[in-house]
Design a protein around this ligand. Sequence first.
Ligand SMILES: [Cu+2]
Length: 171
Amino acid sequence: MRRRYLILPCLVMSVAGCSSPTPIVPSASASAQAEDPTAAPVLTISDAVVQLPAVPGRPAVAYFVATPGDQAKGKLVAVHVDHFGRAAMHDSVMEGGTMTMNPVDSLPLDPAKPLVFAPAGLHVMLFDSDNTLKAGGTTTLTLTLDNGAKFTAQARITPPGGDDAMPGMKM
Ligand SMILES: [Cu+2]
């Protein structure tokens, strides 16, 4: 049952040369060949969106849905979005009528429960933009699990306020 845990970091590393010795796990390459390439992915990302800030220099925010596959285990520990220097997972909670945000270090994967990042809930704050992204474009969202496995998706860039926002419209 630990197969997938061992294989995915190997795939990620293959760019840098997976043929290098892996003394920690001698059976890793054999298991990789036995892996069914049509097997359901551990994590499927959908509805990925990066919402640009209303005020330049303020953080952007990313939303998406990450659906764990039947074999999923471990934790989501990091999110990266291309063109941003730093990303942080947050959760929004109501406290005394005020919405506040708490940092989230990790989220356990549960096959029965999609991780929904959406307004007023879980979200990803994006800092240190290189200011090249424009509404209507796309960028790459990367999720990293605690075992080092990475999953990517293309995220749509939306204007401040999301798809419904029109130029000059106050949200
Ligand atoms: Cu936040």
